[in-house]
Design a protein around this ligand. Structure first.
Ligand code: ATP
Length: 321
């Protein structure tokens, strides 16, 4: 028996885009399942915003086949636009209007009848914790409130697919967590989220699947766990009280290597209970005393470094644009 595959929310093959003679996307393939969070992870200038702009009809690709929300991007851009919401680096918030007026204006653009517009605006102000702020001009909002309003505005038309371009860049940790909860709630309500981020932690927290964009191509794709498994680097770190125990451990353990700390060693391994039991048994058999033991499993930082040759921190931006 075959089970029907759900329709992909986004299916792109061979997406290419150059600015002048500078190629930015060199044949991107993407597949995003409905009802999931898909993260496009990449350094500054990797082409994340360009991808979002293409998928959301703001600019045209040079070539490639793309279907978004079941519609052909090149031939049915209006149908795509009607099915999606976009928010991110090109904020649609009008500073002179209040939060509520911004939402009502959006409702007007979506041709919602007046009563529906009021109802939807009230719902969104409530959902995004902006009821009180909704009466004040957006110019007075904090970065976190502005992001929430921007996202609320992209939801006025009840899209089933939303694009979030670096939704938490520049936000403080609390506002960031707030935004993550909003994304989770949207997905729980059946919305598909296409997210771009430079934050590994964010991709790890939210995504069903992650694609790493580098050099105009997707260089790796999978769940956070799948990506982590592809990267060697898991080890157990042992710290000893003196050199006598360390030297003894060097002789009896499998493939030990030195650590920056002269009294510590690293032993390759996954850190599974079974391998730890084996390791501790071996140390006990030889009466080797260990002062500290810690397990290091590769994280997305290791993945990013291995795939792009750059540490993630270099890519993290401190300010909002
Ligand atoms: P960031 O994290 O810094 O926002 P990004 O991954 O979103 O980066 P893009 O904004 O898509 O990257 O830019 C990709 C490359 O294309 C960059 O080198 C950028 O300078 C260039 N680029 C983007 N827009 C234009 C444009 N309109 N004209 C010329 N070059 C552009």
């Amino acid at each position: 028996m075959t089970t029907a595959q759900p329709r992909p929310a986004i299916a792109a093959t061979g997406l290419r885009k150059s600015y002048g003679d500078k190629p930015v996307l060199k044949g991107l393939d993407l597949n995003v399942r409905e009802g999931t969070v898909f993260s496009l992870l990449g350094a500054n200038g990797a082409g994340k915003t360009t991808t979002v702009k293409i998928l959301s009809t703001l600019i045209r690709a040079d070539s490639g086949d793309v279907r978004v929300a079941g519609h052909d991007l090149a031939h049915e851009p209006d149908a795509v636009r009607a099915a999606i919401g976009v928010t991110g680096q090109f904020s649609a918030v009008d500073n002179l209007l209040t939060g509520e007026e911004n939402l009502l204006l959006m409702a007007d653009l979506h041709h919602l009848p007046r009563d529906d517009a009021r109802r939807r605006t009230g719902q969104l102000l409530e959902q995004f914790d902006l009821v009180e702020a909704g009466r004040k001009p957006a110019a007075t909002y904090s970065g976190g409130m502005r992001r929430r309003l921007d996202l609320a505005m992209s939801l006025v038309g009840s899209p089933r697919l939303i694009f979030l371009d670096e939704p938490t860049t520049g936000l403080d940790p609390r506002s960031r967590r707030n935004m993550w909860q909003i994304v989770r709630d949207l997905v729980a309500g059946g919305v598909t989220v296409f997210l771009t981020t430079q934050y590994l932690e964010e991709a790890d927290e939210l995504s069903d699947r992650i694609a790493v964009l580098e050099g105009g191509r997707v260089v790796a794709e999978g769940t956070a766990d799948e990506l982590k498994r592809r990267i060697p680097g898991g080890h157990v770190r042992l710290r000893f009280g003196d050199h006598r125990h360390l030297d003894a451990a060097m002789r009896v353990l499998d493939q030990p290597s030195r650590d920056n700390d002269p009294l510590a060693l690293r032993v390759p391994g996954s850190g599974s209970l079974r391998s730890l039991k084996h390791l501790i048994g071996r140390l006990d058999d030889h009466r080797i005393e260990v002062e500290e033991l810690s397990v290091h499993t590769p994280d997305l930082d290791d993945v990013f470094l291995a795939l792009t040759g750059k540490p993630a921190t270099e890519n993290e931006k401190a300010t909002t644009r």
